[in-house]
Ligand binder design. Structure first.
Ligand SMILES: Cc1cc2nc3c(=O)[nH]c(=O)nc-3n(C[C@H](O)[C@H](O)[C@H](O)COP(=O)(O)OP(=O)(O)OC[C@H]3O[C@@H](n4cnc5c(N)ncnc54)[C@H](O)[C@@H]3O)c2cc1C
Length: 510
């Protein structure tokens, strides 16, 4: 839905997992998108090794999960600071971390984006950002041509931890500096003992070697109070020396495919939105990659932002809806920064931390502690600030089995089109009458829940609601247990999230 004088509705800087997911969400929302990527081709850097339950669920909500499951490997356990956590009791249809390397995730997202009509504009680097009241002018540098400008209504910086968009927009990035250095490499380890499991703690830090693919291990060494220049390229020799310093052997390490360096610097953008510029993914938050949460959080930022931006661009919701992106997602990253700082601290190689770790290890085996940490790492426990006292409001909707006049279905199948759904489970005339006012934007679905009770992470078992309003990102905007509900609160929720009801004879463009 392009406006006069605009080249596109939204420019997305960066074709990492966050930018690609956002591009797909915006295409589903019917708006025009241009994704610009500095690199000429995708790197082979393996980086993120997997995805957690909530990310698998959001892919399920869009009907593309099977592609990821086909190329990944479900794991039964995860960890908090290297201490095992059980995942298989989680209240999700996908109760496992899925091992799948980041380049595979990016390839699958880019293929989906192409199906939605989008091609990434590669070798295009954002080098200038100028916003005014009506739009953003984005200056693009290319290797062999003069800089070009593109005009869009919004710019979203998904350009990683060193985000140019964030810097050019003068958005503060406060946080805490590194206390350690980690080296990472995908290598062959011919001398690794056959009974080797996970990793070990040494005097100056710790290391792990995880079998990612047949014949290949991901080796990570972490040395505390040993800070190196993060801009200096990491080398295979440094990785080998670090492992020898920690445990006295390199296990015959050879054939490096990729070597890199990271640390526990933890920073977060002070504002996720500054006028027409927004930030998502690593551009908005960086932290120690313990527990594998970064890629997940970026994908979920994108799913929170996409439908809101789409709705504002289509002229349905007022621009202030975009502020809820910061209100909802900033605290989520704050929590992840907190838990990754805790994980880094719990790994320090001194006697006091070792004692603390032993206490923690004896607590983590309790079901409640395991569940608490699991809901945190998987992001299943998130509740966005919400009006209404029903326990589902603000939380992600469970993927319950439903019976409809046309057969059986699941709640997430109703979300494939990324449109809001008003799910009426008791056939209320009042709900149907209210839905008419938003009939162009909100899909009314009448069904019956197969189960009388739904299980909700961090809450437990609740009675299946009588009706609920589900946002396109799968979070519940309104819910009731009453078969004849008070529709005033429903109307307020519809207006808050999807804009004012249609006037007589007026239809919003789609
Ligand atoms: C060792 C390691 C292990 C990790 N393990 C996990 C894990 O198991 N699970 C997990 O969830 N996360 C993990 N992470 C974190 C994860 O890799 C990141 O959180 C994720 O890559 C963030 O995605 P993104 O799209 O926000 O940013 P990025 O992946 O950094 O993508 C940003 C893109 O923007 C491009 N770009 C940069 N500047 C510009 C510009 N000016 N103009 C245009 N394009 C630009 C870049 O080339 C890049 O393609 C790990 C990270 C590391 C380092």
């Amino acid at each position: 839905m392009r406006h006069t004088g605009m080249d596109t509705d939204v420019v997305i800087a960066g074709a990492g997992p966050t930018g690609l997911m956002l591009a797909c969400e915006l295409r589903l929302a019917g708006v025009e998108v241009m994704v610009v990527e500095r690199l000429g081709e995708r790197t082979g850097e393996s980086r993120a090794g997997g995805m957690h339950s909530r990310t698998l669920e959001v892919l399920d909500q869009r009907g593309v999960l099977d592609r990821f499951l086909a190329l990944g490997k479900p794991e039964r356990v995860g960890h908090f600071s290297g201490l095992y956590l059980e995942f298989d009791e989680s209240e999700s249809r996908h109760p496992f971390p899925l091992t799948i390397l980041q380049p595979v995730v990016e390839r699958l997202l880019e293929e989906w984006a192409a199906e939605l009509g989008l091609r990434v504009r590669r070798s295009s680097e954002v080098i200038g950002v100028h916003q005014d009241e009506t739009g953003v002018t984005v200056e693009l540098g290319t290797p062999r041509a003069a800089p070009a400008t593109v005009r869009a209504r919004y710019l979203v910086g998904c350009d990683g931890g060193r985000s140019t968009v964030r810097k050019l927009s003068d958005i503060d990035f406060p946080g805490t500096p590194a206390t350690m250095t980690s080296l990472i490499g995908d290598v062959e380890l011919p001398d690794l003992p056959e009974d080797y499991v996970w990793g070990r703690r040494g005097e100056g830090g710790h290391y792990s070697a995880i079998a990612f693919e047949p014949g290949w291990h991901r080796v990570i060494t972490s040395e505390y109070d040993h800070i190196t220049d993060h801009d200096e390229p990491a080398t295979f020799e440094q990785l080998r020396e670090s492992l020898i310093r920690l445990i006295g052997t390199d296990y015959g390490m050879r054939c490096p495919r990729w070597v890199s360096r990271f640390n526990d610097t933890a920073r977060q953008a002070a504002q996720y939105r500054k006028g027409r510029v927004l930030l998502a993914g690593d551009a908005a938050h960086i932290h120690f990659p313990a527990g594998g949460q970064g890629l997940n959080m970026g994908v979920q930022d994108a799913v929170n932002l996409g439908w809101k931006l789409g709705s504002v661009i289509r002229g349905e919701a007022p621009e202030r809806l975009l502020d809820s992106y910061h209100t909802e997602r900033h605290p989520v990253a704050e929590g992840v920064l907190r838990n990754t700082r805790a994980q880094a601290a719990l790994s320090r190689p001194d006697a006091q931390t070792e004692a603390l770790r032993e206490v923690f290890a004896s607590l983590i085996v309790f079901d409640d502690v395991n569940r608490y940490l699991r809901d945190m790492l998987t992001a299943l426990g998130i509740r966005y600030p919400a009006d209404g006292d029903h326990p589902l409001t603000g939380r992600r909707v469970p993927n319950a089995d439903l019976k409809t006049p046309n057969g059986t279905t699941r709640v997430y199948e109703l979300l494939h089109a990324a449109r809001p759904v008003l799910l009426d489970l008791r056939g209320s005339a009042a709900v149907a009458a209210t839905a008419e006012g938003w009939g162009d934007r909100v899909d009314l679905v009448e069904a019956r829940s197969e189960d009388n009770h739904w299980t909700v992470p961090a809450v437990g078992e609740i009675a299946a609601p009588a009706a609920l309003l589900i946002r396109p990102d799968g979070h519940v905007a309104w819910a009731t247990v009453r078969g004849t509900p008070d529709t005033t609160t429903l109307q307020t929720a519809l207006t808050t999230w999807f804009g004012p009801r249609l006037g007589r004879g007026r239809r919003h463009p789609r």
